[in-house]
Design a protein around this ligand. Structure first.
Ligand code: NAP
Ligand code: GCO
Length: 264
């Protein structure tokens, strides 16, 4: 069995009905895990399960709102009762609101923080229980370039994703003695529903100009990092944020201009 194999393991991916979460779920299933697909919609979750089954994988729906904080223990217990274990949690569910601060009132700010940060903690806390009993676990949080940088118009998202980095480090410290690793993946700009509204606007090229690889990425380009962190190959990796951003956060200038002066 290769150290990248997830055979015999059980994973829960939140927000896995589409986009990055669905790509994560498909990759974990392809590596051998039984994957529980969390989404708000039963129909969406079941469709995702059918797609994974069609690819030869095993997936089950897990329909709940990650902000139902009081109900999460029961949701996790139901998965463990059915599957017998829970090895991997991918905290992926998230939303984004793009608005200037004047239009970014507390209800909007709080909703983003609840889903993108508070639910990450609540899910980790609920899943750490069976992982501690098993003596092993993997928690992988979806961060962002906005975990270590910012831009105008997404203030609640920036706050939440910076918080995800802190949670990742804090949970790694708390859970390391229990052989539970906690890491985050920091995607760059990915072609999903979350960004549908900005594609075809000048913002699309703005991103390209600041990305050394000069393009947006597909969700599937994040999945190798997810399988690595979930597998035994990453048994001593914890508390880390792995950026998968085409070089954006390691680059300070507009790509189209940063080569100027190279010949001097
Ligand atoms: P997406 O296509 O909008 O998918 C978000 C998923 O989260 C959907 O399946 C959605 O369910 C689910 N979700 C939202 N609120 C939920 C809740 N309260 N309970 C359970 N599920 C909930 O977005 P995405 O681009 O795949 O983003 C996934 C994650 O990656 C997010 O954490 C996002 O911040 C992060 N990220 C995205 C990018 C990017 O460029 N796209 C870059 C960096 C990080 P429904 O389908 O039912 O709405
Ligand atoms: C935005 C984008 C980003 C990406 C992602 C970048 O409007 O700036 O949606 O926030 O979703 O988080 O890593």
């Amino acid at each position: 069995m290769t150290s990248f194999s997830l055979e015999g393991q059980v994973a829960l991916v939140t927000g896995a009905g589409r986009g990055i979460g669905l790509a994560f779920a498909k990759a974990l299933a392809a590596a051998g895990a039984t994957v529980y697909i969390n989404d708000l919609s039963e129909a969406v979750a079941k469709t995702a399960c059918a797609e994974i089954a069609a690819e030869g994988g095993t997936a089950r729906p897990a329909v709940f709102d990650v902000t139902d904080f009081e109900g999460l223990d029961a949701q996790v217990d139901a998965i463990v009762a059915e599957a017998g274990r829970l090895d991997i949690l991918m905290n992926n569910a998230g939303i984004l609101i793009r608005a200037p601060i004047e239009e970014h009132a507390m209800p909007e700010f709080t909703r983003v923080i609840d889903i993108n940060l508070n639910a990450v903690y609540a899910m980790a806390r609920a899943c750490a229980r069976p992982m501690k009993a098993q003596g092993r676990g993997r928690i992988i949080n979806t961060g962002s370039v906005m975990s270590i940088s910012s831009r105008p118009g997404v203030i609640s998202y920036v706050a939440a994703k910076h918080g995800v980095l802190g949670l990742t480090r804090g949970l790694a410290a708390e859970l390391g003695p229990h052989n539970i690793t906690v890491n985050a993946i920091g995607p760059g700009y990915i072609l999903t529903e979350m960004n549908r509204h900005v594609l075809g606007t000048p913002f699309e090229k703005t991103v390209i100009d600041r990305t050394p690889m000069a393009r947006w990425a597909e969700p599937e380009e994040l999945t190798g990092t997810a399988v690595f962190l979930a597998s035994d190959a990453a048994s001593f990796v914890t508390g880390q944020l792995l950026m998968v951003d085409g070089g954006m956060t390691s680059n300070s200038l507009l790509v189209e201009t940063q080569n100027l002066g190279a010949s001097s």
